[in-house]
Design a protein around this ligand. Sequence first.
Ligand code: GAR
Length: 205
Amino acid sequence: MLNIAVFCSGEGTNLQAIIEAVQRGDIKARLSLVVSDNKEAPALQRAKKAAVKTIFLDPQEFPSREEFEKELIAYLQEENIGLIVLAGFMRVLSPFFVQKYPNKIFNIHPSLLPAFKGSTNAVRDALNYGVKFSGATVHFVDEKIDNGPIVLQRVVEIEEDDNEESLRQKIHHQEHIIYPLAIKLFAEGRLKVKGRKVKINPKPQ
Ligand code: GAR
């Protein structure tokens, strides 16, 4: 069975959606590890409540990003992780790390990529830009930020009375649908990556 690790820095509402999809049996995989670079992340409590193993790694305790990532990789290897899910992990993984897991890392970004690529507050940026539609994107991680092949996207309409909080909620709602779905498709071996394109194969009969 596929072993999954979820990396979080904050609230962990996407993690919660994933936990529930695994518990329901929608995702046929084991949630083996939740990693955080923030000791206070509510995501860690959500994982503990669901009896998922957690690890807190303080980047400041390592002399370099590579040393931090080497330690991370050791934990991932110990659990035989086959898919890494970045869910609000506000840290950029280096090419050194990404090359160890080609097409085995997912990220979710709160915009319709490539719009607001690289933004640390894509919800606010979309609102300030005045776009009429935004959304959420699940993509594979490659060596560039918010750049890898797109797996799933969902559109959200921005209405005149929307503010940052209401738009964030609308986008979160869509994220909580597409992230578990993307993981389910991966676990079923139905995602085929060719260049920038991700083909979703039908479920075998
Ligand atoms: C999510 O909206 C995710 O798209 C965003 O952080 C939020 C985490 O929420 N990620 C990024 O902005 C990455 N650049 P959560 O902790 O409640 O899942």
